[in-house]
Write a new protein. Structure first.
Length: 158
């Protein structure tokens, strides 16, 4: 079940967020990001935060927000995280499909991802499967533990 996040979900979302950023391979967040910062990164007033819940356990989460302010606010931006122990079960695809419907219902006209790590092949394949295309590349846009890699900008009309 995918639903709007509630305050009671904060600790579960933090566990996912914290575990995902520790890997240093898919998100730009510093691995030492404190729990208090989750409020601005995942639960800010301009964000629509959702969770994927199965049998009472939060296994994934995503946010939708305007990609830019004011005159650029008609394009959505989104971020997705699946608990590392639940990856490979199709949760990312379910959240991706859900987010496209939700973004359209909120009134966004398109969705853009600003930083898709080029080495995150599973994410790139998923987003392409859901109709996104790579519209730009930032050379050496992400620092991995093994060196600099490119990042992609991906876009899809809603």
């Amino acid at each position: 079940m995918i639903r709007k996040a509630k305050p009671i979900d904060y600790d579960s979302v933090w566990e996912i967020f914290h575990r995902v950023i520790q890997r240093r391979d898919t998100y730009v967040f510093d691995p030492s990001t404190p729990k208090a910062d989750l409020l601005k990164h995942w639960f800010a007033p301009n964000m629509h935060t959702y969770v994927f819940e199965e049998e009472g356990n939060i296994l994934g989460t995503y946010i939708i927000k305007p990609n830019q302010i004011d005159l650029g606010s008609h394009i959505a931006n989104a971020s997705y995280m699946v608990h590392p122990d639940a990856q490979g079960k199709g949760i990312g695809q379910l959240m991706g499909e859900h987010s496209l419907k939700m973004a359209k219902s909120i009134g966004f006209l398109a969705m853009q991802f600003n930083v898709v790590i080029s080495t995150n092949i599973a994410a790139i394949r998923l987003w392409e499967k859901l109709g996104f295309e790579i519209i730009g590349t930032t050379p050496d846009g992400f620092r991995t533990t093994y060196g600099l890699v490119d990042t992609y900008i991906m876009y899809r009309s809603l």
